[in-house]
Design a protein around this ligand. Structure first.
Ligand code: BG6
Length: 481
């Protein structure tokens, strides 16, 4: 199943086919890194497809930029995604920049007055600023039908996420709130749906009767790439696990939704996340944290994390987080889900691996069973793989493991293009529902609390290494559990 098939299925379920109305995308935090690196390139690709005619873009930030400077920023970002055709040029020609303090009512009124047609507001802002801006919008009101897009992290803990949800609920109905998790716009993440539910091969064996454990790993070779201002306050657990990796867990572990309409799909994900908690309720035993020291990654010298500009070592921010979770459902009882993400590691490893139990009995006479069977879902490169034991070449009584791989190639749109399309079409399927955003904090909070008490030591690993030696992914003493 390709991404285009998956997204088409999502769109069909919501029944588009209508003429898109005239829309304005009001981008708050427009001069920031997120907008330049991810959001505007995604928008450029979407615009180049021609599915958003009549779209106007208005950028706003605190900096005193003029329209010309803003247009250069948009043009550069579009060009970085190869989006420089006539439609994109037309949008760039018409886009405007308005400097504003978006926590002030009078500035927000001025911004809203500049917008026409159906309005989509993207908050590319830190969580505290987002909350203050949303509260100010409550006081002045929004045009009917306005859709809100909110970048992660959604709040800073369960309490602040709940309070932000309360404010948003006063502004617009829940299905007009698009809490962005760009992993939900990644092609192979969406393709988990096709892999699981569009054939009879895998789904029947995705249960505790057959699965030994599930690993969801996102190891990066990149360091923090000048993002200390954001990252040092977040750390790997919040940056990657609380958001992206829990979304992947939900898609792998949820029960089949009857349709891909937002209500069904998000309902299934919410159910499984509600049943998710730290393994044995013991975050001290079942979590690890570490940060990188100086080293070399892929020929590039990286300073120690604590020496990166903007990092406050006293914060003890981790650049690698591991946590083992239990999903308390009939289907998954007893199956550990091991989530891990780290920066500045020796190898990029971005995949979910479902490891199967041994067959009940390998017939006497067949030798060489030494590896479990595994289903691998790769998030870059985008592929699905199967490591499976079969008779090998040569001696047919000797088992060999073969590795079957199907490449998906990149999706039609980059992830931010995909999630923007959802908001423009009024389809929240690929965004995070309010209760789920709160639940994802509930899942990681015991870990954060244990880390605050120092009960889990902050380990160190050299940049360019494989991470700390006692990773939970390879438990000491061999096979899980
Ligand atoms: C972002 C995180 O949300 O996701 C980054 O803030 C991380 O730290 C990134 O590198 C990974 O996603 P992608 O799409 O760049 O692989």
């Amino acid at each position: 199943m390709t991404t285009s098939t998956a997204s088409a299925a999502v769109s069909r379920a919501e029944g588009p086919g209508r003429q898109p109305p005239r829309q304005t995308l009001l981008l708050l935090g427009a001069t920031g890194d997120l907008a330049a690196r991810l959001l505007l390139p995604g928008l450029g690709r979407l615009v180049s497809e021609g599915t958003q005619p009549g779209l106007t873009l208005i950028g706003s930030g605190q900096e005193e930029w003029d329209d010309a400077r803003w247009r250069r920023r948009v043009a550069d970002s579009f060009a970085s995604a190869g989006a420089d055709g006539p439609r994109e040029t037309e949008l760039i020609r018409a886009t405007r920049y308005l400097s504003a303090d978006v926590t002030r009512e009078e500035d927000l009124r001025r911004l809203l007055a500049a917008c026409h047609g159906q309005l989509v507001i993207f908050f590319a802002l830190p969580p505290m600023v987002t909350a203050r801006t949303a509260a100010a919008l409550c006081r002045i009101g929004l045009p009917p039908g306005t859709r809100l897009m909110l970048e992660k992290p959604f709040g800073t803990d369960a309490v602040s996420a709940r309070s932000l949800n309360d404010i948003l609920a006063r502004l617009v109905p829940e299905d007009q709130v698009h809490r962005i998790d760009h992993f939900l716009g990644k092609s192979t993440v969406v393709n988990i749906l096709g892999l699981r539910f569009a054939n009879r091969i895998f789904e029947p064996v995705l249960t505790s009767a057959h699965v030994a454990c599930v690993d969801i790993v996102f190891d990066e070779t990149l360091g923090i790439e000048g993002r200390a201002g954001y990252y040092d306050g977040a750390g790997a657990l919040v940056d990657m696990v609380q958001s992206h990796l829990l979304q992947v867990l939900a898609l792998i572990a949820m029960d089949p939704p009857p349709t891909l309409a937002a209500g069904d799909l998000r309902g299934r994900k919410a159910q499984v996340l509600r049943a998710t908690r730290v393994w044995d309720d013991d975050p001290v035993r079942w979590s690890r944290r570490a940060r990188y020291t100086a080293g070399e990654v892929a020929g590039r010298r990286l300073p120690a994390y604590v020496d990166e500009s903007g990092v406050d070592p006293a914060r003890q921010t981790e650049t690698l987080a591991e946590v083992v979770l239990a999903v308390d459902t009939w289907r998954w009882a007893g199956v550990p889900f091991r989530l891990r993400s780290g920066k500045a590691l020796s190898d990029r490893r971005k995949e979910a691996v479902i490891t199967f139990k041994q067959p009940p009995r390998v017939p006497t006479g067949l030798t060489g069973y030494d590896q479990p069977d595994r289903l691998r879902i790769g998030f870059g490169p985008d592929q699905v793989g199967l490591d499976v034991n079969i008779n090998g070449p040569g001696n047919p009584m000797e088992l060999d493991q073969v590795h079957l791989v199907a490449d998906f190639g990149p999706g039609e749109l980059p992830p931010y293009g995909e999630v923007l399309r959802g908001a423009f079409e009024g389809d929240p399927t690929l965004s995070v529902r309010g209760d789920t955003a709160e639940d994802c904090w509930r899942i990681v909070e015991p870990v954060l609390a244990a880390w605050r008490t120092e009960a889990v030591p902050l380990q160190e690993y050299p940049a360019g290494s494989g991470g700390p030696d006692d990773s939970l992914l390879v438990p000491a003493g061999g096979e899980w559990p």
